[in-house]
Structure formats: C-alpha cells, structure tokens
Design a protein around this ligand. Structure first.
Ligand SMILES: Cc1cc2nc3c(=O)[nH]c(=O)nc-3n(C[C@H](O)[C@H](O)[C@H](O)COP(=O)(O)O)c2cc1C
Length: 409
C-alpha cells in the first residue's frame, strides 16, 4: 500500500499498547504498523505470556521503540518507570486482552508491569478481548466485563467466528487490527454533535388496535428503522423523544421512550412532546381500528357464524403534526408503499404537510418490514433523492446527518 495516501488520523497520538498472552498476539504486529502509518507513536508493553507468542524483537522493530516487559527491570525503572509509562500515554490499548488480564484489571491486581501500569494510570483504556468462547462466556469473565464497563473501560470486539483452536467457534475472536484502529480513531475524533440543543420526536414500530381483550390488529413493523433513527439522532446530540408501539427490540441508548399501543395513544404522546425542532414519523400506524372494542373475549357461538368487524379510521398522526399550530420546523414522514411508490409519496407530502417523505418499498419482494436493509427515496418539494440499498443503521445515520444539515440552515 502507498503510505503517502493514508491520512494521519492519529498524528501525534501516543498509544501505549499492552500485549497479553493469547494466540491473537500475532495480530498486534499488524496493529502496530497500522497505528504508526496513521501517525501514532506506539510504546509496547508485553506480558511474560505474550512473549511466548511473539518476540519482543519483532514488536520493538515494528514499534521503533523499546519493548517494556519487566516491573523490576533496573534499566527500565531508572529510565521510564511504570508510573511514567502510564502517564505518557494519550490512550492505553490492551490487545489481546486475555481473560487473565481482564480479571486482574477488574480486581486491581498489579503483580507485573502490564497490570501495574493499568492500575497506576489515569489515561483512558481500550481493551480488545481475545479468548476461547468458553472463557469469554464464563460467569467470572462476565462479571469482570461488567466491572470494567462500570470503570469506564472501553471495549472493541470480540467478534464471533472460528477460533484458532480447530473446531471451536463462537464469541471471543479478537477484533481485526483495522477495527481496533477505527475504535481508536473514533476515540480521538472530536465528537460530532451538530444536534445539541435540538429536540426531535420520533415514532417507531407498529400500532396495535384491539378487537377484544385478547385479540388485536397489527402490522409487521419491527421498529428497527425507527429505533435506529432515534439512536442516530441522539448520537448527534439531539434530545430524542421516541414514541414506540409494541416491539421486541430494546429501547435505544440515550433516548427517552414512551411506550404506547394504539394510534390514538401514539398521537397523544407525540402531541404532548410538541413543540419540537423536528418530528420523524417512522411508525407504521394502523389506518383503521375496530369501531368499538368488545369488552369480553369474543366466543364462537354454535351456528352463530363469524363476527363482523366494523372499522373506523384512525387519526392521522403525521398530518396532525404537519398541520399543528406548533408544527416543528422539519416534519419527516415515512411512506411504506407496495405500489406506485413515488406518486403516492408525492401525494402524501402535500396532504400531510410534511417536508420530506422517506418512501420505501415494503412489497413482499422488498422485504423491508422486519428485515435489516432498506432502499429509500427521499421525496421533497425540490425533488427525489434515491439512496442505494443499505442497512437500516446506515439509512438512520445518513438521515440524521441530513436532518442536522436542514436544522442547521
Ligand atoms: C497456546 C495458548 C493459547 C492461549 N490463548 C489464550 C487466549 O487467546 N486468550 C486468553 O485469555 N488466554 C489464552 N491463553 C492462556 C494465557 O496465556 C494465560 O492465561 C496467561 O497466564 C495469560 O497471561 P497474561 O494475561 O499475563 O498475558 C493461552 C494459552 C496457551 C498455552
């Protein structure tokens, strides 16, 4: 690879790399190279076990620095002791983080150079665990992981897949060097939070409309797209109020969630959150509900035939927000269509008083409802923007950026 074209995303950053004794230690050689070509300096510490897997000679040659191995080395202690080592780092990276090293960190043990440095530091620490799936899933390791997370230790990986040991597979593979580099770059990147100070209401999931106490009418919406959008907006700094129908996915991080069931409850919850800077109405709201819910479970009557359900129209939440006295500056609706996608989206734009309609094809072939990918077009007064098919997370991230741009104008 031409080194000239790699941007210096880590220019001047001092990474103290602690290498633990696992098979994945060999990946550290590549990690060191990748970090250095991005401008970071890498100072390596190796545990005694790590030296069984890779030699200090190759680590030192790639890092172009002395490799520190001993807590009681006279030379090293006079030159740079463990306290200085821990202070002279912008970030400490532990890769591979063995089960043993994680246990020591969680319990504050300090019987070798690596663990003493980790205990003596105030620098941020990123660990890349690598171990057999049985070790990773052991209750002791689980406890240690939880303790470390509470102590603000950051994690990258592990991934799932084949282990070096033949025939073993599962979670525990160390993240690849470039994934670790990306986590380090993300750590150093100044936070991009253009939506700080903005409040955004998002709806997600289906609504369910009761027929009787045990039956209801619903749809296939999983909430994945709406929840991903709420999370992406929160990551950009927005205060997000998510109004969600019943879904089986967890509440997104950093978002306050109101759980509702019916379209009427959703409308009420949304309007309670106005005024807001923007509203992103992703939920698949039922157009109709049963006119009057049966108070008791409907029972089969011998020779009684099937009941007739009389349906009435539900309130239109998007149109309600689009024409509201406290209308947000930006109103975004979703149009789940199975035919005439663009024509229907354009009609919806006007009728609902929305600024953008995100149109997606939810026909059976589209496979969007419940799936992980989405192919959307953003319809606005100024035209149609077609985005390539991507994951729902990618759609969410891109839409959040577009919303930030629009609210920043
Ligand atoms: C061949 C071999 C491979 C090993 N791989 C791992 C590993 O991937 N992850 C791990 O946590 N321990 C692994 N171990 C066990 C550690 O080397 C052992 O727990 C050691 O004490 C860790 O020391 P350290 O944490 O100071 O580096 C392995 C041991 C052997 C012999």
């Amino acid at each position: 690879m031409d080194r000239g074209i790699i941007s210096q995303t880590l220019g001047g950053k001092r990474v103290l790399l602690i290498i633990g004794g696992g098979i994945a230690a060999y990946k550290c050689l590549d990690l060191i190279r990748r970090l250095r070509e991005r401008g970071a300096s890498v100072r390596p510490i190796m545990t005694r076990a790590a030296q069984e897997f890779v030699t200090p000679l190759s680590v030192g040659a790639l890092a172009a620095d002395h490799v520190f191995t001993d807590l009681f080395s006279r030379e090293d202690e006079q030159d740079v002791g463990h306290i200085r080592l821990s202070r002279e780092a912008d970030l400490i990276v532990v890769a591979p983080a063995t089960a043993d090293l994680m246990a020591k960190m969680a319990h504050g043990l300090a019987d070798d150079l690596a663990s003493a440095v980790l205990l003596a530091t105030t620098a941020p620490v990123l660990v890349a665990p690598a171990m057999n799936p049985l070790m990773w899933n052991h209750p002791a390791t689980r406890r240690n992981r939880a303790t470390l997370a509470k102590d603000d230790i950051r994690f990258v990986g592990p991934n799932s897949g084949e282990m070096a040991e033949s025939g073993e597979a599962g979670a525990g593979r160390m993240a690849e060097p470039l994934e670790i580099v990306a986590a380090i770059e993300a750590f150093f990147k100044p936070a991009h939070r253009p939506l700080v100070g903005k409040t955004i209401v998002v709806t997600s999931g289906p609504t369910v409309e009761p027929i009787d106490p045990v039956r209801y009418i619903a749809n296939r919406s999983s909430g994945k797209q709406g929840h991903a959008i709420a999370a992406a907006l929160a990551r950009l700094g927005a205060t997000v109020r998510l109004v969600s129908g019943p879904v089986s996915i967890p509440d997104p991080e950093g978002v306050s969630v109101v759980h509702v069931e019916t379209a009427r409850e959703m409308k009420q919850a949304v309007e309670k959150h106005l005024p807001a800077d923007a509203a992103v109405m992703v939920a698949a709201v039922a157009d109709w509900r049963v006119e009057s819910e049966w108070g008791q479970k409907l029972k089969k009557q011998p020779g009684g035939g099937a009941p007739t359900l009389r349906m009435v129209e539900n309130p239109d939440i998007l149109a309600g927000v689009g024409h509201h006295a406290e209308r947000p500056r930006l109103v975004v609706g979703f149009a789940a269509e199975t035919q005439d996608l663009l024509a229907n989206a354009r009609k919806k734009l006007e009728k609902k008083g929305a600024d953008w309609i995100v149109a997606n094809d939810v026909s059976h072939e589209g496979g969007v409802m419940g799936g992980d990918r989405n192919h959307v077009r953003i319809v606005s007064k100024s035209g149609v923007e077609e985005w390539p098919e991507m994951t729902k997370e990618e759609v969410a991230a891109r839409l959040a950026e577009k919303i930030a741009e629009a609210l920043g104008e």
